[in-house]
Write a protein that binds this ligand. Structure first.
Ligand code: AMP
Length: 592
């Protein structure tokens, strides 16, 4: 597998997908055999001889005796591992590394066990995805990739386990180097740039090297689309200095970390011709609001490659603006710190049609069927913790139905058993017998005051609708978040917007009203009509506020590579930043 060609990878996957159901049973059997006797599983499978059982019977027993779990259920075990306990708690193989999930979706970072299996599946995912991409968008062997990737700070727990984000572990792993050799495309930036620990210095050097190697750059990528948009916003400020460095083969004093300076200066050489060309292009692009910047600067790039689905959709308009109309935007695979899930087999599909075909060897997957209730009768009182779905019993991968929505449950090689991931997906079809999943949203409700129930996706749609007047007037919505204010009665939604461009106050007042009307959830509509939820509040924050929020997260151990703006927050520090940066407030008055 490690030295497979693209064709081998596709045949390997074809075979797995054809037998997805039985491959899943075998995958579960392997996980349980490897971890037989660990403390967590002993509670339910203590006297079961997993080695002798048939895979089908084992999966049915497993699903009937081991309960569904949340991160909170497994956390006490993970904490004991972090403290250095060496008895087998979740896995037989000792865990020496923990990943820190980005935590930017839930507002709290979580520890997740990381093993060499995690890097191995990352390599398999990238190679498989590269095989499908190269059928549609062939790239030159030996070309370069401009990758906006960043290692996060790493630290040790009390028990001396290394902690860092999953992407950080991967960039530091031998598999990352292997991926470059085997896919024959090499990242422009050396290790020192990726691991500088200062995202601005790294970004500057990613650009400098990306431009230095510009004719060889075959594609541009970051984990999440946000990463590229954020980097290009910095390029608007840095380009003159970068051109100066390109011209002279020097490095701006803004780069202060000795390791980065030495490694970058060892790579670049003066290139006055290229620098003069880049500089004249940038001067022109600055006048046009940087439209088509990517295709101008990297004329041989075949596509931009990043996670474009889910919470990344609000950044796509900006990304399209930067990339130009003709450069394809290709959606990256679907995975999480906990496990890889599926690959995008059809790289040319528009982001709204992107699906991820489950790779049945990565983990054992189950699916909880979800139904949205028609009335609010089933919803518990108390708001914040109530859920917006009715759920059925989980089904195995072989029993999922097209058109049905599900929450994903994982049993992983890294010691998570029947673990609720919290992502909502819809089955859009099948490749052979493996489901193709459309990512919908995080399951957790984010905006709820009483009987109202809005997910991240509902908020995203309301913001999209409500921002139309702003966009029609030529301004841009840079980023947004929200807060359910229950301190003041009646409680109400507060939506924070950072905008770029001049906008008349009447336009913003209209946006506020339209956004209020755009929440179509029955509970919200009823509550607004009876005034048990007050008028929506739109707060405009000053430019740079969301960058400050990102920097706050990065300062606390998150990485740019995995950063996602929290779409709803009750975090005191964030609310303070948002409140201090609010420059205008609007309240939607009359309702419908
Ligand atoms: P992390 O906490 O950094 O591990 O983020 C993992 C989460 O990012 C997943 O559980 C999803 O909610 C989201 N995610 C990952 N890949 C995709 C994708 N291709 N499309 C949409 N959302 C994704």
């Amino acid at each position: 597998m490690d030295t497979c060609s693209s064709d081998d990878m596709m045949s390997w996957f074809e075979e797995l997908a054809m037998n997805a159901g039985s491959v899943q049973n075998e995958t579960l059997k392997r996980i349980l055999e490897m971890n037989h006797g660990v403390e967590y599983l002993e509670q339910w499978l203590g006297d079961v001889d997993v080695h002798d059982m048939d895979a089908e019977a084992l999966q049915s027993l497993y699903r009937s005796v081991v309960p569904l779990a949340s991160h909170a259920d497994l956390d006490p075990y993970i904490q004991r591992i972090a403290e250095g306990e060496t008895t087998p708690l979740l896995t037989k193989q000792p865990i020496t590394t923990l990943s820190l999930s980005s935590g930017t979706t839930e507002g709290r970072q979580k520890y997740v066990p990381y093993t060499s299996h995690s890097s191995k599946t990352t390599l398999q995912t990238f190679k498989l995805a590269a095989a499908y991409r190269s059928r549609v968008y062939p790239t030159k062997e030996g070309g370069k990739i401009l990758e906006f990737i960043y290692g996060s700070k790493q630290f040790k727990t009390k028990g001396r386990l290394s902690v860092g984000t999953a992407t950080t572990h991967y960039f530091a792993s031998p598999e990352f180097k292997l991926k470059q050799q085997q896919t024959k495309s090499f990242t422009c930036s050396p290790h020192e740039v990726i691991f500088s620990g200062d995202y601005k210095q790294s970004t500057y050097c990613h650009f400098l090297l990306g431009l230095f190697y510009s004719p060889q750059v075959e594609f541009i990528t970051s984990t999440f689309a946000y990463g590229i948009v954020q980097a290009l916003a910095l390029f608007e400020d840095y380009w003159r200095e970068i051109c100066n460095d390109l011209y002279n083969g020097t490095l701006s004093p803004r780069i202060t970390i000795p390791g980065i300076r030495a490694s970058v200066l060892g790579l670049i050489k003066p290139n006055p011709c290229l620098a003069t060309w880049v500089s004249s292009q940038c001067a022109e692009l600055e006048g046009s609001g940087w439209c088509g910047l990517i295709s101008k600067m990297w004329p041989n790039a075949k596509y931009v490659y990043s996670i474009m689905t889910g919470s990344m959709q609000p950044y796509l308009e900006k990304l399209r603006h930067y990339s130009g109309d003709h450069l394809p935007l290709v959606s990256v695979e679907y995975g999480s710190t906990e496990s890889w899930i599926g690959v995008n087999m059809d790289p040319s599909s528009a982001f709204e049609n992107v699906t991820f075909t489950v790779v049945p060897t990565f983990s054992y997957f189950e699916f909880i069927p979800l139904h949205r209730p028609l009335s609010d009768a089933v919803v518990g009182a108390g708001g914040a913790t109530c859920d917006d779905y009715i759920e059925d019993d989980p089904v195995p991968l072989s029993d999922v139905k097209i058109g049905q929505q599900y929450e994903i449950v994982l049993t992983t090689f890294t010691g998570l058993y029947r673990y609720r991931l919290g992502d909502v997906v819809e089955v859009a079809g099948f490749y052979q017998r493996s489901p193709k999943l459309k990512f919908l949203c995080r399951r957790k409700l984010i905006l709820t005051i009483n009987i109202d129930k809005n997910t991240e996706n509902d908020l995203q749609l309301a913001v999209q609708k409500g921002s139309q007047p702003l966009i029609n007037s030529g301004a841009e919505l840079v980023d947004f978040t929200s807060h359910a204010d229950t301190k003041n009665q009646p409680g109400h939604y507060v939506i924070y917007w950072e905008i770029k461009g001049e906008v008349n106050e009447h336009v913003l007042a209209r946006c506020c009203k339209e956004m209020d009307a755009a929440f179509v959830d029955h509970g919200y509509v009823v509550s607004r009509k009876t005034n048990s939820i007050g008028p929506l509040e739109l707060c405009i924050v000053e430019r740079g506020t969301f960058r400050k929020i990102m920097e706050h997260f990065i300062g606390n151990g998150a990485t740019m590579s995995q950063f996602k703006t929290p779409r709803c927050t009750s975090n005191k520090v964030l609310l303070k930043i948002l409140s201090l940066c609010t420059v205008k407030r609007f309240r939607s008055t009359a309702y419908k």
